[in-house]
Design a protein around this ligand. Structure first.
Ligand SMILES: [Zn+2]
Length: 200
């Protein structure tokens, strides 16, 4: 009489059927058991963790537009989606859980409402909000980080114009003609050294 443990039997059966194979999810690149992997249809050769990952792979073009455009220039849309993604990651949010349909719908919406605004302007504004104004992009009131961008766009553009004006002024300044001697005050830094709290 034979006695075989149930798990072992399953293992042998899986080996026999070739079902214990590890596959890589095409979307998130995680290793998955072939027996439980999702395959969209028989002609699709790729495997996925689940239906969600298949769907997200299909929608990848939304948030992963090509880096370079047909004319060889960098794609400004990709620069924006990359920036959005980096802020999510910085916040500790797993990149595969980002709701791209909300973010991309918002981008489209903003550009539809403001015909003279540019994608690069939105990217700059988002960066300005993050770096200069230090806006909390993940407040509970907003369901996506692009939501507050319209409120900062004009301010960010003013800031951009001001800083580029200053930059231009610096770049156009001819240093060889005007050499300014900066007097180095020898005792300047030691001025407060003499004061000792214990002596007060
Ligand atoms: Zn996956």
């Amino acid at each position: 009489m034979f006695f075989i443990e149930y798990d072992k039997l399953i293992k042998y059966l899986k080996e026999f059927l070739g079902d214990d194979k590890k596959m890589i999810c095409r979307f998130c690149k995680k290793e998955i058991d072939k027996s439980i992997a999702y395959k969209h249809n028989n002609t699709d050769r790729a495997y996925y963790c689940n239906y969600e990952h298949w769907k997200m792979q299909k929608e990848k073009s939304k948030y992963k537009p090509k880096k370079i455009k047909k004319n060889g220039e960098p794609n400004e849309r990709r620069e924006l989606t990359d920036l959005i993604m980096s802020y999510y990651i910085e916040q500790g949010i797993e990149k595969h859980t980002i709701n791209w349909s909300i973010e991309t719908a918002r981008i489209k919406n903003i550009l539809d409402e403001h015909k003279d605004w540019l994608i690069t302007g939105l990217t700059y504004t988002l960066k300005y909000m993050h770096d200069i104004e230090e806006v909390n992009l993940f407040s509970e009131q907003t369901n996506c980080i692009m939501a507050l961008v319209p409120f900062y766009y004009v301010k960010a553009m003013e800031y951009y114009n001001e800083t580029t004006e200053i930059e231009d002024a610096i770049n156009n300044f001819n240093f060889s003609e005007k050499v300014i001697k900066i007097k180095k005050g020898k005792h300047k830094h030691n001025r407060f050294k003499e004061i000792n709290i214990d002596n007060l």
